[in-house]
Design a protein around this ligand. Structure first.
Ligand code: MN
Length: 242
């Protein structure tokens, strides 16, 4: 079967042993049978740089490298793992994708993206995003020692948790206009993204034509899903990960 698998928002860390094990099982099982695996960001709860010497980081790298020996794996950065880069790609064999990637399949094209860039109602977040993704910040961050980066990441997670708790629910979802503009810019009618932790398929009209937005599920201790796309007939299926 020509099955493409999509996952995002696993938020793996040394503190998520159950999820890490589930992910390992996924890489050894369903992912191996896929035509390709697409990780659309936030695989990690916080990636502090490709030079992270922790055993957690090297274990995940080894697991991915074992899969890429047989199955192509593509990676798009999320807002938690935007420091993941070319060194990681080289070490694991994954292919890094730009923040908006057009996937062409025999059943039609799809836009792939993490999804945080569509949450334009959250102005404060978008401003912070711009700053964090700037060359200047990246340089500054990578010049810090590993322990200092780890501290910073924890501090940022805490601040983001507080900000999130204080914000209205709808502000943190995607903005429909941003969705439509992004699709039109690429001349596309369908997208797959993660980030919002609101798994669903949204159907709407775009210039009078049917369009859709598929949102990936985040992984939880007790339930995790991959999205499966049959590249020949476009069939979509939510695949539970044991
Ligand atoms: Mn995210």
């Amino acid at each position: 079967m020509a099955r493409l698998l999509f996952i995002s928002d696993l938020h793996l860390s040394p503190n998520t042993p159950e999820l890490n094990q589930r992910f390992r099982g996924f890489l050894r099982g369903p992912a191996r049978e896929a035509e390709a695996l697409y990780i659309l960001g936030d695989l990690f709860d916080a990636w502090i740089g490709d030079d992270d010497p922790s055993s957690f980081a090297s274990q995940v790298k080894e697991q991915l490298a074992a899969l890429t020996a047989d199955t192509p794996v593509f990676f798009q950065q999320g807002n938690r793992d935007f420091l993941l880069g070319e060194t990681f790609a080289r070490e694991t064999g994954v292919t890094l994708l730009p923040e908006e990637h057009v996937l062409h399949t025999p059943a039609g094209p799809w836009l792939l993206l993490h999804g945080d860039q569509l949450c334009t109602d959250d102005r404060e977040y978008q401003q912070a995003r711009k700053l964090l993704r700037s060359e200047a910040f990246l340089k500054q961050a990578m010049a810090m020692s590993i322990p200092r980066r780890r501290e910073k990441a924890a501090e940022m997670r805490r601040m983001s948790g507080e900000a999130t708790a204080a914000k209205a629910e709808n502000i943190m979802d995607v903005n429909q206009q941003a969705v439509e503009e992004t699709l039109l810019r690429h001349g596309l009618r369908q997208m797959i993204h993660g980030h919002t932790h609101r798994p669903a398929t949204h159907e709407f009209l775009l210039d009078g034509q049917p369009a859709r937005r598929v949102v990936l599920a985040d992984w939880k201790k007790d339930a995790a899903f991959a999205l499966s796309l049959d590249s020949r007939n476009g069939g979509l299926e939510s695949l539970p990960i044991p």
